[in-house]
Design a protein around this ligand. Structure first.
Ligand code: E4P
Length: 217
């Protein structure tokens, strides 16, 4: 499973890149607003840190507007993936970008039928939002399982990018459900390494090692 980090904060991206824990980056208008940065400038900076896919979302709501904005975003760097909303206009723009060889991430997906349409439009990635479905008492993970089955039934190559991940359990369950990628906040990616038995075992080893009075170096 690939990990994309879900942030527009450059320091978080640099930090994760150093650990080798990041295969790409996703942003959305809310994350750009939170960064307080100029959109195109921050996308260019992120693309300078990673060669992996970097999703940048259009703001227009109509297909011609999405196409115009998406071409500008795709022009920033070769690893930009144009993020489009899962609307009929978004699907129309997706089909055009796919024909032009521009990669797309179709976002705000909340149903298997929406994911089916995105795959038929040739989306590179589909972003089903797990956390937001859980927020309204629905089962986000069941959506990942349904999309996995539908895509496998028909051999669609669209990658399932599990989004709106909020916890380490979301990551584990999305991986078990066969998501190709998870887009995960930086703090959740780092939290995956933590285990109380690891900490406690390490504490004991360090204590016992110190008692030997030896040094490796
Ligand atoms: C990523 O591409 C999505 O925009 C993001 O994961 C949404 O997460 P949220 O529901 O926590 O805002």
């Amino acid at each position: 499973m690939k990990f994309f980090v879900d942030t527009a904060i450059v320091a978080e991206i640099r930090d994760l890149a150093e650990y080798g824990l990041m295969d790409g980056v996703t942003t959305n208008p809310s994350l750009i607003a939170k960064s307080g940065r100029d959109f195109k400038e921050v996308i260019a900076e992120i693309c300078g840190i990673t060669d992996g896919p970097v999703s940048a979302e259009v703001a227009a709501l109509d297909a011609p507007g999405m196409l115009a904005e998406g071409r500008v975003l795709a022009g920033i760097a070769p690893n930009v993936v144009v993020k489009l909303p899962l609307t009929l206009d978004g699907l129309k723009a997706c089909r055009v970008f796919t024909a032009e060889g521009i990669r797309t991430n179709v976002t705000l997906c909340f149903s298997a039928n929406q994911a089916l349409l995105a795959a038929k439009a040739g989306a590179s990635y589909i972003s089903p939002f797990i956390g937001r479905l859980d927020d309204i008492n629905l089962d986000g993970m069941e959506l990942i399982r349904e999309i996995r089955q539908i895509y496998d039934n028909y051999g669609f190559e669209t990658e399932i990018l599990a989004a709106s991940i909020r916890s380490a359990n979301h990551v584990r369950e999305a991986a078990l459900a066969g998501a190709d990628v998870g887009t995960v906040p930086a703090k959740v990616i780092k939290a995956l390494a933590a285990h109380p038995l690891t900490e406690c075992g390490l504490e004991q080893f360090s204590k016992d090692w110190a008692a030997t009075g030896q040094s490796i170096l």
